[in-house]
Design a protein around this ligand. Structure first.
Ligand code: DLL
Length: 435
């Protein structure tokens, strides 16, 4: 049987969970209507009054909230609590313009720590663990989010943050870290540096890795588990909604990420029509926060693509599971009209022997035609092989990309350790068309 942090809430029967959701939803809708002019105007424009939310289906009568709405209210316009009540501020960097700002009340910070502690337990971590937290500390929610959750769990947390990889390896060995928290790409970088230093990371005390903040694939999980000798668990979250700990896989199932439905109501919509998709179908994840005070969000469009599964899980948790996130609708690259997610290419690359999980997609436009170059590292052995062997592997991957995705590409197999490594979110796409 699984270990729970909040057994009662994590295993609530569906009917009780929905009753709780409705009560909390009614509360938050009334609160934002009273306190946030943006929502008052938006609900009035949609012709819905808070008291008309009588069941969970009524949620669909409310308008969506978008990242643009957050930008337009920069920095504090969507806050529903007075500034004196806000004890923490985080922000997500964003690639364009101003960051998206979020504020937490004391209660929000407590809820977050509890949900992260829940997430740690679902992943198989517990009191007594030594948690090596290599998510960046700062405005990014990864570092502090995991930190307070680890403390709430009662584990010992090493607030190492990102960077200085050699030192991280030494500390991990000397301090006896049992749990690693960082981006999946950084975990591989750590494994690679450990090998250079002659450290047997696979033989270390690490038992669980809790990886998220960027898309990764099932193939990458296999690679990480093989190189680091741990259970690699997928964790999801976004600063707008809370930070890490919105959803996580359970170590028993590793089949989708439980989204904590007593705090968040998930919906999956067709991003074009904004209508709900059929059960189990893929679409854009929309989340309503039902307990947040600082900045509650109603029907927030995450842009993340997934599906929702409410079939029972082996771990006994009753909260629905979202499928591994295949990418953001705005990370999707359109090459000659074909929609491509970097994670799809990653899956193809990872199937090839000798190919390393370090890659970069370069999209360009030549003579009005989009071009895709896939740069990927190969291991030493392959790289020192005959040029013919390399060429034939490159062609094999090109063919597979064409067969699976319908896109023509040029695959460039590059020398080991030449592509840029990242301590946080990996940069997988360089789209020079926009320049
Ligand atoms: O990345 C929060 C986080 C920190 C999650 C640490 C997990 C671990 P943001 O910087 O606001 O917050 O970025 C949120 O990152 O909308 C997704 O597109 C992406 N993302 C987060 N987790 C995953 C994941 C944090 N497990 C954005 N798989 C989200 C795929 C993910 N994408």
């Amino acid at each position: 049987m699984a270990n729970y942090f909040h057994e009662e809430f994590e295993t609530l029967p569906r009917a009780a969970l929905e009753a709780l959701q409705l009560k909390r939803l009614q509360g938050v809708v009334a609160r934002v209507y009273a306190n946030v002019p943006f929502y008052r105007h938006a609900f009035d424009a949609a012709g819905v009054r808070p008291e008309e939310i009588k069941n969970l289906a009524d949620l669909q009568r409310l308008p969506f909230t978008t990242k643009q709405d957050m930008r337009d209210s920069y920095p504090y316009g969507l806050f529903a609590a007075p500034m004196e009540e806000i004890v923490r501020i985080h922000a997500s960097s964003g690639t364009t313009g101003k960051p998206t700002v979020v504020g937490y009340t004391q209660q929000d910070v407590t809820t977050w720590a509890e949900l992260m502690a829940r997430s740690f337990m679902a992943a198989g971590a517990h009191k007594g663990d030594i948690i090596h937290n290599a998510y960046g500390y700062g405005l990014f929610t990864g570092g502090l989010g995991a930190h307070y959750g680890a403390e709430k769990l009662g584990a010992s947390v090493i607030p190492i943050s990102g960077g200085n990889t050699k030192r991280q390896i030494m500390i991990m060995q000397d301090f006896g870290s049992t749990v690693l928290t960082c981006t999946p790409s950084y975990s591989l970088y750590l494994a690679e540096e450990a090998a250079i230093e002659g450290v047997d990371i696979k033989g270390s005390r690490l038992r669980v890795g809790i990886f998220g903040a960027e898309p990764w694939s099932e193939a990458m999980r296999a690679e990480i588990e093989a190189k680091l000798g741990l259970d690699a668990i997928d964790i999801y979250g976004l600063s707008e909604i809370m930070g890490p700990g919105v959803a996580i896989e359970c170590v028993e199932g590793k089949q989708g990420l439980h989204i904590w439905e007593d705090h968040f109501i998930p919906e999956i919509i067709n991003p074009e029509t904004c209508q709900p998709v059929g059960e189990g179908e893929k679409g854009e994840l929309v989340i309503t926060t039902i307990t947040k005070q600082g900045i509650p969000l109603i029907r927030y469009r995450t842009r993340d693509i997934t599906s929702l599964d409410r079939t029972p899980c082996v771990c006994g948790r009753t909260h629905g599971r979202i499928a591994r996130l295949s990418g953001r609708s705005d990370d999707m690259i359109i090459i000659r009209g074909v929609n491509v997610f970097p994670s799809q290419i990653e899956s193809i690359l990872m199937r090839s022997e000798g190919v390393e999980p370090h890659y970069l997609l370069i999209v360009d436009r030549k003579d009005n035609l989009d071009t895709l170059e896939v740069q990927v590292e190969v291991n030493e052995e392959l790289f020192s092989d005959e040029i013919k062997v390399l060429q034939s592997l490159g062609r094999k991957i090109e063919k597979e990309i064409k067969d699976v995705l319908g896109v023509t590409s040029t695959v460039k197999l590059v020398e080991p350790k030449t592509l840029q490594r990242s301590e946080g979110k990996a940069k997988r796409v360089q789209d020079t068309r926009k320049l």
